[in-house]
Design a protein around this ligand. Structure first.
Ligand code: ZN
Length: 248
């Protein structure tokens, strides 16, 4: 099975469209979505429509989806995020709000090798930035390959069965290829499509071919200026536009 892995789209239609166009040339069978379809960006409805049209085989909610759907308050958000999420709730159609409200909480088991979560396997809202937290998450995961999002940083943690950890972050390349080993456990963040925060403004996503155990991580350029113009036009906080140009 060839899985397309998408995370943290955040209402950025330009980034999502560029990723989907790039991915269709790679070919895949099914999509996995790790949450945060909305929040920050100016196209929440078009992004939710596009994800619904993809019909992912497995999808979970992110913290912004939860707050947009009014399942939780925005107390944990900073001011810009709070402004954006209340604009998002007001802008979403009733049907799309219902879709977000119905998204399941992670983790979700995809098959006998793969699971997905938004933050961490034990807590959908936890940020896995530290190595010790990643190691704990690797042990918590019920499957040898666990995809996560939430940090907006493309990264791969691999743990061998004798306890050796290897960490590889994103580099300047547009495609990275990794052969996955049966003797290792993996914790993989494909990166954020709509608001990358690892210093690379290009949209990030992943593909996993589970038959040959090959992972590919991509970075795709998209019309950042168009996404920024829409954010400004919607009257959303300026920082949400400016940060897209620097990937922070
Ligand atoms: Zn996010």
């Amino acid at each position: 099975m060839r899985y397309l892995i998408l995370s943290d789209i955040h209402g950025n239609l330009e980034a999502l469209n560029s990723v989907l166009a790039h991915a269709s040339a790679q070919e895949y069978d099914n999509a996995l979505v790790l949450g945060d379809l909305v929040g920050y960006g100016a196209d929440p409805n078009a992004v939710v429509d596009a994800i619904r049209a993809l019909d992912p085989i497995s999808i979970i909610r992110g913290n912004h989806d939860k707050v947009a759907a009014r399942l939780e308050g925005a107390e944990a958000f900073n001011i810009a995020a709070r402004k954006a999420i209340s604009w998002t709730t007001d802008t979403l159609t009733a049907e799309n709000l219902e879709y977000l409200a119905a998204l399941e909480e992670g983790p979700r088991l995809v098959d006998d090798r793969i699971e997905i979560c938004h933050g961490a396997p034990s807590d959908e809202d936890e940020y896995l930035f530290e190595v010790r937290d990643a190691v704990r998450a690797l042990r918590d995961a019920k499957r040898p390959i666990c995809f996560f999002g939430h940090t907006h940083v493309q990264i791969v943690y691999q743990l061998s069965n004798d306890g050796e950890l290897d960490v590889s972050g994103s580099d300047a390349s547009s495609a990275r290829r990794l052969s996955l080993l049966d003797s290792h456990k993996y914790l993989i963040n494909p990166g954020s499509i709509g608001q990358p925060r690892d210093g690379d403004p290009r949209a990030a996503y992943g593909l996993l071919d589970s038959d040959v155990q090959e992972l590919k991580l991509f970075r795709v350029s998209y019309p950042v200026d168009r996404a920024q113009a829409k954010i400004r036009q919607a009257g959303l906080p300026e920082v949400l536009a400016s940060r897209l140009a620097v990937g922070r």
